[in-house]
Ligand binder design. Structure first.
Ligand code: GDP
Ligand code: K
Ligand code: MG
Length: 297
């Protein structure tokens, strides 16, 4: 008998902000574990998504998009992405395949060309590509990394994903099942819950507000009937607190009810969610506070 070996290993999802790293991660694990939004810098923390198939197990590492740092949190995000590349089996460089390559993609490709880690190039958002544009766009990306296999797909419709998944698996070495097959992420449920709250803040508030927000789930009480979750929304200024709370508490209510629905999907059961807002001036510049909020420095 000619049995193919079980393969396993780590895949880094890299790319500019908004190319669809988190959307793809959710699609592959089959559950929302990573929050997504049309805003850059939604993802702040490295997050592992675990995909177990009969042929192997891949551990996908979602990363904050690579961009120019503006403050301490920004610096930490970029430095972490660079270290990650050296520690994984393969890099999936994701790009927005509905547009030709931009300088941001070139910047990341250059960084990868000097590394030994093999790279696959994932052209996402194929659902937005008109037939006559396809070839020109593809050529612009192939020029960035001539040796990298090109994989067109859509993280929204799922087209091209089976091929993408097969190629990723082939790029991994024979190895063991690192995580139990039923596990979809290495992050505790509390972290995902905090993220689901942060996601609603991205969807419902504007400009600098979501970037100034951190969310901490402070307590979870499980009873046979309901799960009660108590979470703090941390902002930097009283004016941001006022926006989060909204007119007669309306904004906080909407954030809470939408996040609660996502949480109920996550845990497949009823949730009671209580939110409160607190001001921590300059939490983004303060290493101790960043650490308290769970950021790895
Ligand atoms: P990230 O910053 O790279 O993690 O990007 P996100 O996963 O947050 O996605 C950014 C935006 O692109 C979101 O509004 C997604 O819904 C959207 N998006 C992601 N993948 C696709 C895709 O294949 N097609 C379309 N039309 N939109 C996508
Ligand atoms: K995003
Ligand atoms: Mg993301």
């Amino acid at each position: 008998m000619n049995a193919t070996p079980f393969r396993s290993g780590f895949v880094a999802l890299l790319g500019r902000p908004n190319v669809g790293k988190s959307t793809l991660l959710n699609y592959l694990v089959g559950q929302k574990i990573a929050i997504t939004s049309p805003t850059a810098q939604t993802t702040r923390q490295r997050l592992r998504g675990i995909v177990t198939l009969p042929e192997g197990q891949m551990i996908l590492v979602d990363t904050p998009g690579i961009h120019k740092p503006h403050h301490r949190l920004g610096e930490i995000l970029v430095k972490n992405a660079q270290t990650l590349v050296r520690s994984v089996d393969v890099v999936l460089l994701l790009v927005d395949g509905s547009q030709p390559a931009g300088t941001g993609d070139g910047f990341i490709a250059q960084g990868l060309a000097t590394q030994k880690t093999p790279v696959l190039l994932g052209l996402n958002k194929q659902d937005l590509v008109a037939d006559e544009q396809g070839e020109r766009i593809t050529a612009s990306y192939q020029a960035l990394l001539p040796a990298a296999p090109l994989l067109p797909f859509s993280a929204v419709t799922g087209q091209g994903i089976p091929e993408l998944q097969a190629q990723l698996l082939q790029a991994l070495p024979p190895g063991p099942c690192y995580y139990p097959p039923e596990m979809v992420t290495d992050q505790p449920e509390r972290f995902i819950m905090a993220e689901l709250i942060r996601e609603q803040i991205f969807h419902l508030t504007r400009e600098e507000v979501p970037h100034a927000v951190a969310v901490v789930v402070e307590r979870v009480e499980e009873t046979p009937k309901i799960t009660r979750i108590f979470a703090a929304i941390v902002v930097e200024r009283p004016s941001q607190k006022a926006i989060i709370i909204g007119n007669q508490g309306q904004m906080l209510k909407t954030i809470g009810s939408q996040a609660r629905q996502e949480m109920q999907k996550l845990i497949s059961g009823p949730v009671y969610l209580q939110l409160f807002v607190k001001v921590e001036p300059k939490w983004r510049q303060t290493p101790r506070l960043l650490q308290d909020l769970g950021y790895r420095l």
